[in-house]
Design a protein around this ligand. Structure first.
Ligand SMILES: [Zn+2]
Ligand SMILES: [Zn+2]
Length: 352
């Protein structure tokens, strides 16, 4: 009798465990299928109203960061997609945010510090394969961009062959591989379907060719600083912008890192920390710029060092809020800033 009871108990436990495992698997399969149903082949941006939409695909800097990709801002002007800088890991953020790879009209590089194009090879591949391109991705950047793109295309040439061999030239269209480069200068302008882009040379010495971009579309405007030191010329360029996306470096925090490295004998690291504040902008100065420009909103990105937790954000910002009357935000990867056409609203959302 005792043995029978034990057998029943074991059978019950095995049965419960089996159904628990099976139930888990069933729940997992249903969740996965629902996610595929909701996302695969679905335009995640279909609901966006006509306007200028800025996707933060990388809010970080060259500093290692598990949460933030290197600098990257993607823009939808109406239906057309544009990318401004492509930092390390940013192509993955674009995919996760549902940015339409098949509608990227062009990519722009603010300057050729490598942290601003570390992800360009991956983006060109995504634009080609996921975007189904027939022509190379147009890439506009400072003098030297052609060398960068040529080098990346050489690096990806073997992979190009694999893709064509595996999927066939009807899918991996050979003509759509890589980038078509145009080197730009300060006189560069771009007009398409109501979007106009203007260019400003900024001071990021010793980098000679560093640019900011201003985008105007149907009465709305977004200005992208790239990397630069405090500049009232940039403030004039950004005059009346709905949103300024400005880089920011906190010199006290970078100084603290440098002093700590020096105390521990890492003199090279300490020297780099001592060098970098002079060609970037502090959060307070970025706020001053936004105030002079009369911008509605200021979003700081390319954060050095990026605050690892919300608790540290106020320390990163310092007195910045006192210098700008508009809306001031620290960017996070996945942030969406929407400027609906012919409207005054600045809407912010978080997609990741
Ligand atoms: Zn940078
Ligand atoms: Zn730079």
């Amino acid at each position: 009798m005792k043995r029978l009871a034990l057998g029943v108990l074991v059978a019950l436990i095995v049965g419960a465990a089996t159904s628990w495992v099976f139930g888990q698997r069933l729940i997992g399969e249903r969740a996965f299928n629902a996610a595929v149903e909701a996302r695969a082949g679905v335009d995640q941006t279909a609901e966006l109203r006509d306007g200028l939409h800025v996707f933060v695909c990388g809010s970080g800097s060259p500093f290692p960061d598990a949460d933030r990709a290197g600098p990257c801002l993607a823009v939808l002007a109406g239906r057309d997609g544009y990318i401004f800088d492509v930092g390390s890991g940013s192509d993955r953020k674009l995919g996760a945010m549902g940015f339409p790879m098949d509608r990227i009209e062009a990519t722009f590089l603010t300057h050729l510090h490598s942290d601003h194009f570390d992800g360009l090879g991956a983006l060109m591949l995504q634009a080609w394969m996921a975007g189904g391109r027939n022509e190379p991705l147009p890439i506009y950047g400072p003098e030297g961009t052609d060398r960068v793109v040529d080098g990346l295309m050489t690096a990806y040439a073997i992979d190009r062959g694999y893709r064509i061999a595996h999927h066939g030239p009807e899918v991996a269209r050979p003509s759509g591989f890589g980038g078509a480069t145009t080197n730009i200068d300060e006189s560069f302008t771009f007009e398409r379907n109501g979007l106009s882009i203007r260019t400003l040379r900024v001071d990021h010495a010793p980098i000679d060719n560093a640019y900011a971009f201003r985008l105007d579309y149907k009465g709305r405007s977004a200005v992208i600083s790239g990397d630069l030191k405090y500049s009232e010329k940039f403030a004039r360029f950004a005059q009346g912008a709905d949103v300024i996306l400005h880089e920011a470096l906190n010199p006290d925090m970078v100084g603290k890192i440098g002093a700590t490295l020096a105390a521990r004998g890492n003199t090279d690291g300490a020297k780099i920390m001592a060098d970098i504040p002079d060609y970037h902008t502090s959060p307070e100065d970025a706020a001053r710029i936004a105030q002079i420009a009369g911008a509605k909103a200021l979003v700081l990105y390319h954060l050095v060092p990026a605050p690892p937790a919300r608790l540290i954000e106020a320390a990163f910002l310092g007195d910045a809020r006192q210098h700008f009357e508009g809306q001031l935000e620290l960017a996070e990867d996945g942030m969406l800033i929407s400027l609906p056409a012919q409207n005054q609203k600045v809407e912010m959302d978080q997609l990741l």
